[in-house]
Design a protein around this ligand. Structure first.
Ligand code: FAD
Ligand code: GLY
Length: 373
């Protein structure tokens, strides 16, 4: 296909969309990235694929997350065949643990909601948990097991997606800030990138937490704000845990090799993407509550990233009612790694005009126009 497609933003969302468009036959794809591809929220993430642990209601958002989770084994296998990079998909299930009476109430509620909806969720006693994960705190009271969940090494996922782009002649232009999307008589003509005009037949906005900063003619882009998350990782020679483990206050993510990640803060502090002493200490304490023996491990990295959050906390997916060749895929908030495969499929189908997902009407832009009216 000879259409000129510009993707603004080279995070997991922009890179995944580029790959899906290429697989659909598009051959003139350029990713315009203001910094380096894969260096923002997608790099900062924990890589958990956890639709059940991270929901309290069984709604359209839960369904899109679950469907994307089911796409991961094929996504990982294909990426390995295409690039030789193993994204370390690991789906042995996750634990959600209670350490106090209040936590037990949270667990009871989650269990009730999810069993009523017919989902796979298992109640665990403290003994079950200690048998499966001997390094969990002796204070654990009970927990839930979500068998369909797991994790991916998001930094390897980014490396694989970037490699896919580079070996398939998808152009990547880094240090290239897009300030404006240009229209003539209501029709898309291109963008202003790095101060210069660039022609485009189709534009895809995948700019995460920075989406509201782009000018878009008469069109008001939906408000997306940054929500900071701070994390750290412990260095470990041996793999001490086999599952991602949540508490109501934090989580630990045991990577296959050498690291246990701990997260994360949820802070409304604008575009400040740095970590703080107090934030990191908070994350560390929440991790030690899950497993006190982590205190003996050296901390090898601390970092922060900015999650993209829309006004209703839900993703924004689809094209603009005013101009069908400007598309948007943003505001994945806490689940952008999980939602990458389905987002890429929905947006690539929409750009190609080959199929229409039910999720376009659920997560489209019309809801903000209704709000504005
Ligand atoms: P980003 O990765 O931020 O990419 C957007 C890109 O657009 C950036 O590279 C930026 O430089 C570029 N850009 C912005 N404006 C412009 C412009 N004007 N011109 C050119 N380029 C521009 N999700 C999960 O599914 N599981 C998890 O376990 C998980 N854990 C998380 C933990 C933390 C601490 C954080 C911060 C997030 C976590 N997330 C997780 C959420 C996930 O990281 C995000 O939802 C996801 O990365 C969003 O992807 P993105 O591509 O939209 O954004
Ligand atoms: N999904 C984990 C986080 O956003 O911290």
């Amino acid at each position: 296909m000879r259409k000129e497609v510009l993707i603004i933003g080279g995070g997991v969302i922009g890179l995944s969309i580029a790959r899906s468009l290429f697989k659909k036959g598009f051959r003139k794809i350029t990713i315009l990235e203001k910094r380096l591809v894969g260096s923002e929220a997608s790099y900062a993430a924990a890589g958990m694929l956890a639709p059940q642990s991270e929901t309290e209601s069984i709604d359209d958002f839960f369904r899109i997350c679950s469907q994307s989770n089911e796409m991961y084994p094929e996504f990982a296998r294909e990426l390995f065949e295409e690039t030789g990079i193993d994204i370390e998909l690991d789906q042995p299930g996750t634990f959600f643990l209670a350490f106090s009476r209040d936590d037990s109430a949270v667990i009871k509620r989650l269990h009730e909601i999810q069993t009523k909806a017919g989902l796979k969720v298992e109640h665990l006693t403290a003994q079950d948990i200690k048998r499966a994960e001997p390094f969990v705190s002796p204070d654990v009271r009970e927990g839930l097991f979500f068998a369909n969940e797991g994790q991916v090494e998001n930094r390897k996922l980014l490396a694989a997606l970037e490699k896919f782009a580079r070996i398939n002649a998808i152009d990547i232009e880094e240090n290239c800030d897009v300030s404006e999307i240009l229209f003539e008589n209501g029709d898309l003509i291109g963008v202003v990138a790095g101060g210069k005009k660039r022609f485009a037949d189709e534009v895809i906005i995948a700019t995460g937490a920075w989406t509201s900063l782009i000018k878009c003619g008469e069109i008001r882009l939906p408000k997306v704000k940054p929500i900071r998350g701070q994390m750290l990782s412990f260095h470990t020679a041996k793999r001490l845990f086999s599952h991602v483990i949540y508490s109501p206050r934090g989580y630990i993510v045991p990577r296959k090799f050498g690291k246990i990640l701990a997260g994360a803060t949820v802070e409304d502090v604008g575009f400040d993407g740095s970590f703080t002493e107090i934030g990191i200490e908070n994350v560390r304490q929440n991790a030690l509550e899950i497993a006190p023996s982590l205190a003996g491990l050296p901390v090898d990295e601390k970092w922060a990233g900015l999650r993209p959050f829309s006004r209703d906390g839900l993703p924004v997916l689809g094209s603009f009612p005013q101009c069908g060749n400007v598309h948007i895929a943003t505001a994945h908030y806490r689940n952008g790694i999980l939602l990458a495969p389905i987002t890429a499929q929905i947006i690539a189908d929409n750009v190609a005009g080959t199929a229409s997902s039910e999720f376009l009407s659920k997560f489209g832009l019309e809801r903000f126009l209704r709000l504005a009216a």
